[in-house]
Each structure stands twice: as structure tokens, then as C-alpha cells.
Design a protein around this ligand. Structure first.
Ligand code: PMP
Length: 394
């Protein structure tokens, strides 16, 4: 059967990982793949995670299966972290998944089951795996205007105008914070306007939140999502603990389905557990247990928050320093958006050919669409990166 195989579509982010690994130049700079890095270029295990793991190692007496939807303590901890007290717990169905990607997949699987005719509205641009999964499931994608390249911010009027065309039951994908790849986030009034769009159209919001704590703070980054949750009858959330807990390879994610009735909550919870059963049965437990251990212990929570704060501060400082260096190199303010944006990514206004030039001539790796991981910058590399960007754009 394998002779009929044609190569699967390439993933530009995974591609860049391979190119970077194969590059022997010692001065190479990885601004491609979306993992946090320290000034020393490492992606370390957080100390709070190590401490939680030590406790788990000590106390865990069984590796027996947990439950199809994962551990209830993890659900409650994540519900609090993400939703705060925006909605009552009785309205929220939860299901642990392998990473945020697993959560996105399970949400879309549920949509495919319940409303296969629903259209999935996706911001333009978005994380490429959104479109890949939607296409894989045979669902229909509609792009909506999101990023205003010239302003380096959200095209809110374009977005609201496009989404006004959504139909009842359509799904509207939103990034909770730290939009990937643009770094341009919705402001508080935008979330209120979106709630009005959902009320008018009957479309359902689906919030992907993969970087809570990387923007302005844990509560600040969830504020928009919470304000929307408080205003709409139904909402889907896919969250990842890969970045804010540094648990990438442990695969920790969760689906939260906000429902309008207690009965609907039970039905949604049962469906999500059923979908887990069909895909991989039980979701991974270790990373989820680490997250629960941290979030249910005041001391570990404080330690984790301090570490997360330091990561965020480093990224914001990198943004400022790079924007200043680019101003000095180019003599213009056109890169001011880099300092104003949030999270790990910004989208540089470069062509694919210019991305290749940065890679080939300067050993600087960006994703082919111009996405730059600001956590990959260091005090040492920023001047060189700024000079190279100015050069290829000259
Ligand atoms: N959503 C977005 C927007 C992302 O950027 C990512 C990670 N790149 C994810 C979801 C999922 O991450 P993971 O599956 O590693 O938890």
C-alpha cells in the first residue's frame, strides 16, 4: 500500500527546525521555532516544575489509568487559571488532551460531529496548524481580516465587518493572547464588540490560548477571553501548557467547553471523553499532574509565577531593544510595532526571498512568512540581527 503514498504537505515551522539543525555555522541565530529560550539559548525545565516532579516522584503510588477526560484536579486548576470566576464551574466541561494541538483537534472533531456544515472562521494570518487540522477533518475554513500590516496592529474594522457575515452555528477561532504569528492582540473593547457579533450572528467563539502569561501577565492575558465568556451562552477553549509551564514534550493541554445549561455541560463532557477514547483513549497524565501540583500549592504557584514573570520580562525587553536597534539602523520608526506587540512572535515585513537571504547570508533563521521568535534574541545577537534586517530590506 505504501507505493501509493504522496508526500504530505510540508509544515513551514517544522521545515525551519531541520534547516537550522543542519547549519554548521557557529554564529547561527534561531528565531524560527516557537519555544522560549533564555539569554543562554536554553529551554530549561522550570524550577517549579522540577519541584512538583520531585513531589510526584515521591508520592505517586500507581501509574494506573486515570480517566478518559484526564484528572478532575487538573480540570479545576486549569478552569481557574483560564476562566477565573467569569462563569460558574457548573457551566464548564473539561477534557485533558495531549498539548494544545490535541485540544484544538478534539474541539474541531466535536464540531465535525455536531455541526459538520459549520464554517470555521480563522484570522488572517494564523498559526498554520489551524488550517492544516481544519482541512484534515474536511471542515470548511473561511478567513477573516485580522492583521493590518501597515499599522502593525489588529484590523478591527475589517475583522468585525467580516465576522458580521458569520452564520448561526459557525465557529470563530480567536487567539486568546500573544497572537501567533503577528503578536498583535485584541484590546478590551474589541472583545466586547466581538460579544455583540456573537449575539447578532449566533456564531460560537473558539479561543485558542497557548501563551497565557507571555503577554502582560496571567490575568491580563485571560481578561479578553473572560469578558467574552461572561457575555456569550457558549464558548470553546483550547489551552496549552507547553509554553507557560515549559512542558512542551510532556504534551499538556485542555479543552474547556462553556455551555449554557448544566445538562449541556454533562453532554459535552461525555462527548469529549468519548472523542479521547477514539483517538488515544487516556490523555498523558504526568505533565497535567505537574500543572495541578503547582497550581494547588501556594508556594509552588508563587515560584512558577516568578519564573514566568522573568520570561515575559525578558521577551518584552528584547522587543524594546530590537525596536531601538532597528530604529538606529534604518533611521525610521517603521519597526515600532515590535516593541508594542506581545508574546513570543512578531511578523517582519519581509518576503520569502528576504527570509532566505537572512538565512543564507547572515545565518539568521525566521519562518518563511517572516515570523520571528523574540525569545530567540539575546543582547549579543540583537545588533547583528537588526543590521541584517536593515540590510536585506534596503
Ligand atoms: N495554538 C497556538 C497558537 C500555538 O502557537 C501552539 C504552539 N505552537 C499551539 C496552539 C499548541 O501547542 P502545543 O500542542 O505544543 O501545546
Amino acid at each position: 500500500m505504501f507505493e501509493t503514498l504522496t508526500p504530505p504537505p510540508q509544515d513551514r515551522i517544522i521545515d525551519i527546525m531541520g534547516l537550522y539543525a543542519a547549519d554548521a555555522r557557529p554564529e547561527k541565530v534561531d528565531l524560527g521555532v516557537g519555544v522560549y529560550r533564555t539569554e543562554g539559548g536554553r529551554t530549561p525545565v522550570m524550577a517549579a516544575v522540577k519541584a512538583a516532579e520531585a513531589r510526584i516522584l515521591q508520592a505517586q503510588e500507581s501509574k494506573g489509568y486515570v480517566a478518559l477526560a484526564g484528572d478532575a484536579g487538573f480540570h479545576a486548576a486549569m478552569r481557574g487559571l483560564i476562566l477565573g470566576d467569569a462563569v460558574t464551574p457548573e457551566r464548564v466541561a473539561a477534557c485533558a488532551t495531549p498539548g494544545g494541538t490535541g485540544a484544538i483537534r478534539q474541539v474541531l472533531e466535536m464540531v465535525q460531529r455536531l455541526t459538520p456544515q459549520a464554517r470555521i472562521w480563522v484570522p488572517s494570518p494564523s498559526w498554520p496548524n489551524h488550517a492544516a487540522i481544519i482541512g484534515h477533518l474536511g471542515l470548511t475554513q473561511v478567513d477573516y481580516r485580522y492583521y493590518d500590516v501597515d499599522a502593525g496592529g489588529v484590523d478591527r474594522d475589517g475583522m468585525l465587518a467580516d465576522l458580521a457575515g458569520a452564520k448561526r452555528g459557525d465557529i470563530v477561532l480567536l487567539h486568546g493572547c500573544c497572537h501567533n504569528p503577528t503578536g498583535a492582540d485584541l484590546a478590551a473593547p474589541d472583545w466586547v464588540d466581538l460579544a455583540d457579533v456573537f449575539a447578532a450572528t449566533g456564531a460560537i467563539p473558539f479561543v485558542d490560548i497557548a501563551y497565557q502569561g507571555f503577554g502582560d501577565g496571567l490575568d491580563e492575558d485571560a481578561a479578553g477571553l473572560r469578558s467574552l465568556a461572561a457575555r456569550v451562552p457558549e464558548m470553546l477553549i483550547a489551552a496549552s501548557c507547553s509554553k507557560n509551564f515549559g512542558l512542551y514534550r510532556e504534551r499538556v493541554g485542555i479543552v474547556l467547553a462553556v455551555t449554557d445549561l448544566g445538562q449541556a455541560r454533562a453532554a459535552a463532557a461525555a462527548m469529549l471523553a468519548h472523542l479521547n477514547r477514539q483517538s488515544y483513549a487516556f490523555p498523558p497524565d504526568h505533565g497535567a499532574r505537574v500543572v495541578e501540583t503547582i497550581l494547588t500549592d501556594a508556594e509552588l504557584t508563587a515560584q512558577w509565577r516568578a519564573e514566568l514573570d522573568a520570561m515575559r520580562t525578558r521577551m518584552t525587553a528584547n522587543r524594546r531593544t530590537l525596536a531601538e536597534a532597528l530604529r538606529a539602523e534604518t533611521g525610521s520608526d517603521r519597526f515600532g510595532f515590535v516593541a508594542a506587540q506581545r508574546g513570543m512572535f512578531s511578523l517582519l515585513p519581509v518576503t520569502e526571498a528576504q527570509v532566505a537571504q537572512l538565512r543564507e547570508d547572515h545565518a539568521i533563521y525566521l519562518v518563511s512568512d517572516g515570523r520571528m521568535n523574540v525569545a530567540g534574541l539575546t543582547a549579543e545577537t540583537i545588533p547583528r540581527v537588526a543590521r541584517a534586517i536593515a540590510q536585506v530590506l534596503a
